[in-house]
Design a protein around this ligand. Sequence first.
Ligand code: OXT
Ligand code: ADP
Ligand code: MG
Length: 576
Amino acid sequence: MAEQNTATEGEPQDLTDGFHLIIDALKLNGFETIYTVPGIPITDLGRFAQAKGMRVISFRHEQNAGNAAAIAGFLSKKPGLCLTVSAPGFLNGLTALANATTNCFPMILMSGSSERETVDLQQGDYEEMDQLAIAKPLCKAAFRILHAEDIGCGIARAIRAAVSGRPGGVYLDLPAKLLGQTMGAEAGRKSLVKVIDPAPRQIPAAEPVARALDLLKGAKRPLIILGKGAAYAQADAEIRALVEKSGIPYLPMSMAKGLLPDTHPQSAAAARSLVLQKSDVVMMIGARLNWLLSHGKGKAWGPPHAKRFIQIDIEPKEMDSNSEIAAPVVGDIGSCVSALLEAMGDKWKAPPAEWISEVKEKVKSNVERMAPRLQNNNVPMDYHGALGALRRIIKDRPDTVLVNEGANTLDFARSIIDIYQPRKRLDVGTWGVMGIGMGFAVAAAIETGKPVLAVEGDSAFGFSGMEIETICRYNLPVCIVVFNNNGIYRGTDVNPTGGADVAPTVFVKDSRYEKMMEAFGGVGVYATSPDELTRAVVEALDSGKPTLVNAIIDEKAGTESGRIGNLNPQSVVAKK
Ligand code: OXT
Ligand code: ADP
Ligand code: MG
């Protein structure tokens, strides 16, 4: 890192600077990859990081770099790093930072910024913005480093804030002046901090564990819900052991699918409504009672106050946030699940046989009802025909990472494509946000080294579609399937006035998305039937070549907002 300063009087002194101290601090703490868009004042930071052996993945838009960092955090349990320029680049990255925080993914957004003196007097600097103030309410913590000697401490604080307790996003403000600041190389080296035990285990006390087990023991119709916190925790063997030892049916939230294979005999995924309605004691492991679980009350949950909840979560404030939690177990999931397993002993009694068989019956009938639809070879394809083909491919290649966004494309894929391994399904998460697709796909390929299949609604794809150039540039094994139904939800809406503008949900009909991929040297395929789709995807996964399959879906097949149309407010004025 050192340069010689010969300008000073006397003995020449080895110097370092802000750029190099940041890189050294990151490397000291085991960071290997930065997701970024270069520009003033951080271009050289990316260059030097690459020169020092870090992987610097350069995107076409910061939101996608930020989404890549966020999902890298989810997959690795270490903060993902995103590096942006000031004001507009920072703001572009901020959506991803806020989304990461909402989803409890650890990431650090590092943005270059203008000089404090000019920003604070609002004198109109290049890309002037008080970024720290803007970031603060949207993330877990926000820090600014003003002096080179504080870089070690600043990065250590960012790491701890991102991964300890409930994980989330952290903003780190890097004023341009900091990057060029110099200090003695030896003093600089000593100022760096290696973070020891960044996410300490949080072991639950015996009492809450016993309380939870008492409740579970007395249950007639128990249910376990696994959320993405359980997937994040990487306590896969313990969680599986707990589910299997308890004999209790479990419901995976979408990103917890695969924690146990979806074909597991205790999976109640295909009996969702029934188990929510009829269960009497529900144990959530790394899942919140937010909108995705109807806040733990209302019609979906059966008669009011008939349920008792056990919740395992690292965040004590989560308890009672939506419904009363009869048995809170606060701690990290690995420790809590191990403690439960131990306290269960060897004589744990399986839940009543009537409950198990009721759930199994429902699963069987839902699965059987769906099965024939998944075999259809209709042209144009419907969601079942197309996703049936992809389901068979994933079954044969269970280590493929599935990225999924859209409305109908998302909702049908969630229930149709079985997942067999933990953290192999990445999707729109807590906000239902469109635009995660290509960022997640890039990071999934880089972080896991496994093939990636991104199943994208045509609208969803558009939010990050330019990153197919990034995928081609880094030659990543990503196969994108665009479910092209000519628009948002459906392609059939019409402008009621008969005017020249099409309806707001409708796109250019029969768009040739595959040609975009060809423009960058990737493989483009136009697929009109499940057979053609199968051939194209199998070939892509075999070859590892960046591929985009334009899958033509019947434009009438979808429904408004997929499975969540009920969330659309009703107009008091009748639709014409
Ligand atoms: O038990 P029952 O009988 O109920 O049956 C259930 C299961 O038991 C059963 N099941 C099975 N049966 C048989 N076999 C198997 N294996 C099986 N597995 C399950 O199936 C049913 C359903 O099961 P599921 O899915 O588990 O249950 P359910 O009831 O759906 O679960 C409830 C939820 C809430 C947990 C679930 O629905 C869920 O997770 N939903 C997430 C929804 C979501 O987040 N959607 C995305 C947002 S929509 C909208 O906002 C969009 N926008 C606006 C926009 C956004 N989002 N972001 C930004 C930045 N800007 C704008 C846009 C623009 S979507 C969108 C684009 C859409 O267009 P596209 O072209 O991209 O996509 P297309 O629609 O395809 O055109
Ligand atoms: P889902 O959308 O799958 O239901 P959520 O994002 O709502 O999942 O919930 C995830 C929960 O997991 C959060 O409340 C978070 O605090 C918790 N969590 C994340 N990591 C851990 C961990 N290592 N130990 C315990 N709880 C965790
Ligand atoms: Mg669509």
